[in-house]
Design a protein around this ligand. Structure first.
Ligand SMILES: Cc1ncc(COP(=O)(O)O)c(C=O)c1O
Length: 397
């Protein structure tokens, strides 16, 4: 028989992050790998979903999203980010922001177009550009020297990545895996390049409310000159602790939205109707909910970082999102895969090996990522287990 696997499918492997979750289950490890909460979603939105099912909101919603959800997205984005959006022509509700990203890329990219991606990057962007026939151009974010600092790009390197073939740059802020929150000056620098090279920005803002210390999230679409050049991706997964609901959306100018809607329609038709109804309730929760979300995560961050440091990790303190990227060179392992395997199988803590966030695995070979969207007891148990790393090494295990 011939090989039926397409060239595209052969170019990437299954998600390392999701595989680590399976390994965690196999080894009975504490799962600090995949970014899903192990605590409950807010009662009022669970109730809203149940009520929607009871009220028979059980058939296809409008393919680009139920009207009440689109209207709630508009109100929410105006209140928190100052965005002005037309719910009729500028929103496409999708099956998670994952689908919103791939539908957006499929809607704007032709073979040979280039897409600029900051790395380390959320691993989906790699397969996304392959599936959409884009040529990726990677630009490094480098770790800060000191605790107050943030991962940063070199302006010259970013400029060199743009050219006449550049169709878009993907900006994920707050950022997974680094915890970076892009500053206004950085966004304006990116804006200038988008304008100069006539390119779009696709911004993944799924962690918009998960911010620490003095960090402020700025939506690229609100930066002067970017409204018509930005596709804003967001969703319910992280803000409402419902990663399994698969409700996300893309906000874009009408001409782009009509292309995104067509792709979305034939990819998935639509996201689950009763969960869209619950989304309309969730987005309009009082402001205190969103503040409480950030406060809760700041406490978890402040619990995990010292635990990691005590265990011997060099931990980069995030300003947003719910991950800690670490440097593990002090442990002396050959690479991140060997170290992550030791952690999951012997120590009992699942992490994500750093190489899965880079095009060239060597770039992440001394990094692993921890997710802290977990109960305190989960994080404390991970801390207790992590004390065993060195002992295991000392006995040659
Ligand atoms: C940066 C980023 N974008 C998108 C997603 C996936 O979002 P969704 O559940 O809405 O598909 C994740 C999940 O970890 C993420 O970290």
């Amino acid at each position: 028989m011939r090989n039926f696997t397409s060239r595209k499918a052969a170019q990437f492997s299954e998600s390392v992050i999701r595989d680590m979750t399976r390994q965690a289950m196999r080894h009975g490890a504490v799962n600090l790998a995949q970014g899903f909460p192990d605590f409950s979603a807010p009662a009022e939105i669970k109730r809203a979903a149940q009520q929607a099912i009871d009220a028979d909101v059980n058939q296809y919603a409008i393919t680009w999203g139920a009207k009440d959800l689109r209207e709630a997205i508009v109100r929410h984005a105006r209140q928190y980010q100052g965005m002005v959006i037309d719910p009729e022509t500028e929103i496409t509700v999708c099956c998670g922001s994952t689908e919103a990203m791939i539908a957006s890329l499929l809607a704007i990219v032709d073979a040979g177009d280039e897409v600029v991606i900051f790395e380390p990057y959320y691993e989906n962007y790699g397969p996304d550009v392959i599936l959409s026939d884009a040529t990726p151009r990677f630009v490094k974010l480098r770790p800060p020297e000191s605790d107050g600092g943030q991962w940063a790009f070199d302006e010259k390197e970013l400029r060199a990545a743009f050219n006449a073939k550049t169709k878009a740059v993907i900006v994920n802020t707050p950022n997974n895996p680094t915890g970076k929150v892009f500053t206004r000056a950085e966004l304006e620098f990116i804006r200038d390049l988008c304008v100069e090279f006539d390119a779009l920005a696709i911004t993944d803002e799924i962690y918009e409310h998960i911010l620490y210390d003095d960090a402020r999230h700025i939506s690229m679409a609100t930066v002067d000159g970017m409204h018509d050049r930005t596709i804003t991706i967001n969703g319910m997964s992280k803000t409402f602790s419902v990663t399994g609901w698969r409700v996300g959306w893309a906000i874009a100018p009408a001409v782009l939205t009509s292309a995104i809607r067509k792709v979305h329609d034939f990819l998935t038709v639509g996201a689950a109707a009763p969960l869209q109804a619950a989304g309309a309730v969730a987005l309009l929760l009082p402001e205190s909910y969103f503040r409480g979300l950030a406060d809760g995560y700041q406490k978890r961050r402040d619990l995990l970082v010292p635990v990691l440091r005590e265990a011997g990790f060099k931990a980069y303190v995030p300003k947003g999102a719910y991950y800690v990227m670490t440097d593990v060179s002090a442990f002396g392992y050959e690479n991140d895969l060997a170290f992550a395997k030791h952690l999951v199988a012997d120590v009992g803590v699942a992490t994500v090996p750093g190489s899965s966030f880079y095009k060239d695995p060597r770039d992440g070979s001394q990094q692993v990522r921890f997710a802290f969207c977990k109960k305190d007891e989960t994080l404390l148990e991970a801390g207790r287990r992590l004390r065993n790393i060195r002992e295991l090494k000392a006995t040659g295990d």
